[in-house]
Structure formats: C-alpha cells, structure tokens
Design a protein around this ligand. Structure first.
Ligand SMILES: Nc1nc2c(ncn2[C@@H]2O[C@H](COP(=O)(O)OP(=O)(O)O[C@H]3O[C@H](CO)[C@@H](O)[C@H](O)[C@@H]3O)[C@@H](O)[C@H]2O)c(=O)[nH]1
Length: 492
C-alpha cells in the first residue's frame, strides 16, 4: 500500500514513533467515494497472468470509463501462520475472485509457502504481523509468558487492523485463537464501522483445556471471554452442523454452517502424473519398488503437530503391522509419510527414529516432510490411504486434512471417536474410523491384505472420488458469498 493511502493521523504517528499510533484513532469505513481500480493498478506481470491476478475479472466487469468498482472489502484475519491456514486463504481467494478487496492478516513463516494463487492475486494484500519472540516450554513458563504474549499481540493486531490497512466493510476473523483476537477485532470494528464475521474452526477454550485441564480457572475465564466477545458479531460461520448447534446452545449464537471443501489444486491424479511425482521423492531412491504395480502401499498423514493429534497411535499401528508382516509375507510393505510443521514434530521424529533403530519398523519406510502446496497435493493424490489423527478438542470441529485427502480422491482412515466425524466421513463408503492403534492396524490389514483382493479399498476409493467432486466454491458462494453481497451474475 502506498504511503498516500494511509490516513493522515497514521503518517503523523509513523513520523514520531511506531507506538504513538495508540494516541490516535483509526479512520472509519465509508462507501463514499466508492473504491475502484483501473488498468494502471495492474503490473505487467499481473496482466500476463490474467486469470490468477484478477486482471481477467477486471477486464470482464470494468465500466465504460475503464474503472472497476469494488463494493466488497474484507480484512481476513488469522492469528496464526497464513501458510498453514488453508481455509482463511480459500476465503481470501473466493472474495478476490468475485471482485472484492482483501487484506489477509497473519503471521508469515518464511519456510512455509503461501498458496501461489493467493500471492498472485492483485486484490489480495498480505499484511504480516510480528511474532512474539519467546516460546513457553513448561506449564509455569506458559503462565508467566502468556500475559506478555497477549499484550504483544494486542498491540500488533491493533496496529495492523487499524493503521496498516484501510478501513473495510467486513472483517472475517478465524476463531480460535480467540485471545486476544476477538477483543481487538471488536474494538476495531466499532471504531472503523466494520461488520464483524467470525469463522468458527473450533473453540479457543477447549484447546486451552488440553493444556490446563477443563476445570482450570483460566479455561473457565476463556470460555466466558469467547462467548462474551463473539455474541455481538454481525454473522458467524462454523465448520460443522454440530458446531452450529453447540454455538446456539452455549451462547445463543446463530451460525451458518460452511463446511470445509477442497480447493481446485487438490484433485485426483492420473497414473502417469502419480509415477512422475513419485520418481522425484528421495525416500524411494534405491528401493526395489515398481511404481506401477502397487505391490507396496503409500499412506500419508498431514498435521500441524499439535497436542490434539496423538501420533503414537499411528506408530503403534505400524509397529503392530510390521510384526504381523514378519509372519504374513503377503501383506505389502508400507511407505508412511507425515507432512506438516509444528511444535511436537521434533518429539515424534525422535520417537520414530527410536522405533527404527530398535528394529520395530522393519521394512517400513518412514518420512516426514514439508512440501510446496503443489507437491502436497501430488503426494495426497499418489497415496493409497490417508490417515487422520485429529481428535477434536471440542468434539465438533473437523480435520481439514481429510478434506484435502478427499479432494484428491484419497480414502481416509481416521480417529473417529468424536461427534462431528460422521459429518465428513461415511463409514465403509469413503473412509474408516478407528479408536486405537490396534484398530488402525486391523484396518490396514483388511484394506491391504490378500483376503479381500483390494475390494474394500477400491470401494473406499470410489467414495473418495465422488467426494472430490464437491468443491469449496460451490459451498462458499451460497453462504459466505451471499452474506458479503456478491451478485451471482458477477461470479467468475
Ligand atoms: N503446503 C503444505 N501444507 C501442508 C503440509 N502438511 C500439512 N499442510 C497443511 O496443514 C493442514 C493440516 O493442519 P492441521 O492444523 O492439522 O489442520 P486440521 O486439524 O486438519 O484442521 C484444522 O483447520 C481447519 C480449518 O482450517 C479447522 O476446521 C479444523 O477444526 C482444524 O482446526 C493441511 O490441511 C494442509 O493445508 C505440507 O507439507 N505442505
């Protein structure tokens, strides 16, 4: 954004000191004069990539005077890493693809790439916020650092939402984390006459309860805070019907269900695309695999390595499988890949290493990786079975990774002991649920073993392929698109 675009009080604030902004108020949103863009707002690179940059949309919908009126503007906020927040990136893309202006605000981890479509779009401004520099390592340090971190986040968010971005008509906030996001969002929306929409992925208090226990006083306060600051928002989306029900019961909030669906880059692969991709994987170098005959099986799990996913269950299942395979040689070898980045990664990597060294994972190839957006989609599309260890702290959220997997036509085995699981996975149709490592091992034997000649796996695959036809845009437009006021005829 050019310096001229900032309100005068910010320029003054910037001239004095970065923190003097607290003494001034951010400017409010107004429809007048209407915001518009012209051809000169696009760079040559953007014009050469018209579909992804939004230039094609501009050309199709511009007025006779060459300007395109922007009726919808949205601050999209996640107090987390943007690259690891696929749903908020999809929101941003859908708004931009329909002619809205987006400020996408969150953390930018340089080692995690953002969806290239998001980066290429002229109508999406990415606004990085600074990360609190200290990490809690124990319960005690968590309690000491938490207030400092919250104070740091309040000032960073307030600055980003109130001064580093223009006033928008709408603000779309991911919850959780709710502290301090909802508090700052409410203040900014009040000051800037912006309408607040909360996108409920889960509950902040239920995640805190994983760390402190459900009866902890801070968990109770957090629950009160979440309801208190959420209730007066203009609208709410929730990822499941079950979550909508809980929001209604708990806080009398009427939320619109907006189920996760895969974006277009997650799609089934053709056999030659699969083989071409697998040839690029270093783990397979020197392995006696014929990439065409599928006499071995590739299973994939993806994760943010958070405490709500217990990977020891998957390890337990694979150790059992490897032991059984010593007797039943007809069972295929397994190549297991876990993708993602996050706090518990180092812990589980050392556990995997230990199992390998002790000879408990005979013949299993185990790898962890962080892949580019395109390679992540290719890996899922190349696999035989996806694994989800998401346990759901609230019981009513769902794992996005399963949606990714279905997008590529990959059937899923997942931890299914929570209320919302059947909203996503139909038992025996597109996936299987388990409740222990032993059960997961049983599923692997059933699906990969000789007895059933692959019939069950093929049935699940067909179900997942049917599921892959349901896309994010189809879900988004009638719910969020309608709320934000996009005219269907302008769609596309
Ligand atoms: N590019 C890339 N992305 C990856 C990789 N590995 C994982 N991811 C991203 O990380 C996500 C999985 O992260 P989790 O934090 O484990 O997500 P989740 O439990 O499946 O779902 C969460 O987010 C949903 C909405 O965004 C929520 O609805 C849900 O409740 C939950 O909070 C995947 O969907 C994918 O986008 C990788 O190697 N490369």
């Amino acid at each position: 954004m050019a310096r001229d675009d900032f309100p005068m009080d910010v320029v003054m604030g910037g001239l004095l000191d970065r923190h003097v902004f607290l003494l001034t108020l951010p400017s409010a949103f107004s429809n007048f004069p209407p915001h518009e863009i012209t051809e000169s707002d696009f760079t040559d690179d953007q014009k050469n990539d018209p579909k992804r940059s939004g230039f094609a949309f501009y050309q199709k919908h511009k007025d006779e005077d060459g300007s395109l009126k922007i009726n919808v503007s949205v601050q999209v906020i996640v107090l987390g890493d943007i690259g690891r927040s696929p749903r908020m990136q999809y929101h941003a893309l859908s708004i931009a693809n329909n002619g809205g202006r987006v400020d996408l605000i969150g953390y930018l981890d340089p080692s995690v790439d953002i969806n290239p479509e998001v980066k290429a779009h002229r109508m999406i401004n990415i606004i990085p916020i600074p990360v609190f520099p200290f990490q809690a390592t124990s319960k005690l340090s968590f309690l000491i650092l938490a207030p400092l971190k919250i104070a740091f986040q309040i000032q960073a968010l307030y600055h980003a939402l109130g001064y580093r971005t223009k006033a928008s008509k709408w603000m779309l906030v991911q919850n959780p984390p709710s502290i301090p996001t909802l508090f700052v969002a409410q203040i900014i929306c009040f000051l800037r006459s912006t309408k607040l929409v909360i996108d409920w992925h889960n509950f902040g208090y239920s995640i805190l309860a994983l760390r402190l226990g459900p009866e902890h006083i801070l968990v109770k306060i957090s629950q009160w805070y979440e309801g208190c600051f959420a209730k007066s928002a203009t609208a709410h989306f929730a990822v499941t019907n079950a979550m909508c029900r809980v929001l209604k019961e708990k806080w009398n909030i009427d939320a619109l269900p907006l189920h996760d669906r895969p974006a277009n880059h997650l799609r089934p692969l053709k056999e030659d695309e699969r083989v071409t991709f697998l040839r690029t994987r270093p783990e397979l170098e020197g392995q006696p695999f014929d990439l065409h005959d599928r006499s071995w099986r590739l299973i994939v799990s993806s994760t943010s390595w958070t405490p709500d996913e217990d990977f020891s269950i998957m390890l337990d299942a694979l150790v059992r499988y490897a032991t059984i395979r010593k007797r039943e040689k007809a069972l295929p070898r397994i190549w297991a890949v876990i993708t993602g980045k996050g706090p518990l990664q180092a812990y589980y990597k050392s556990k995997i290493q230990q199992y390998v060294q002790e000879g408990n994972l005979n013949d299993t190839i185990f790898s962890t990786a962080w892949l580019s957006t395109a390679d992540y989609a290719r890996l899922l599309g190349s696999a035989d079975l996806g694994i989800s260890l998401h346990t759901s702290s609230s019981g009513v959220d769902l794992p996005m990774k399963v949606v990714d997997m279905f997008g590529t036509g990959l059937p899923v085995a997942g931890w299914g002991q929570f209320e919302a699981w059947p909203e996503l996975v139909k038992e025996g149709e597109n996936g299987r649920g388990f409740g222990s490592g032993e059960e997961l091992c049983g599923i692997l034997q059933e699906l990969f073993g000789e007895k059933d000649k692959g019939r069950q796996l093929r049935r699940l695959k067909d179900g997942a392929l049917r599921e892959s036809e349901r896309r994010w845009d189809d879900e988004w437009m009638p719910v969020a698109g309608q709320l934000f006021g996009f005219a269907p005829e302008r769609h596309g």
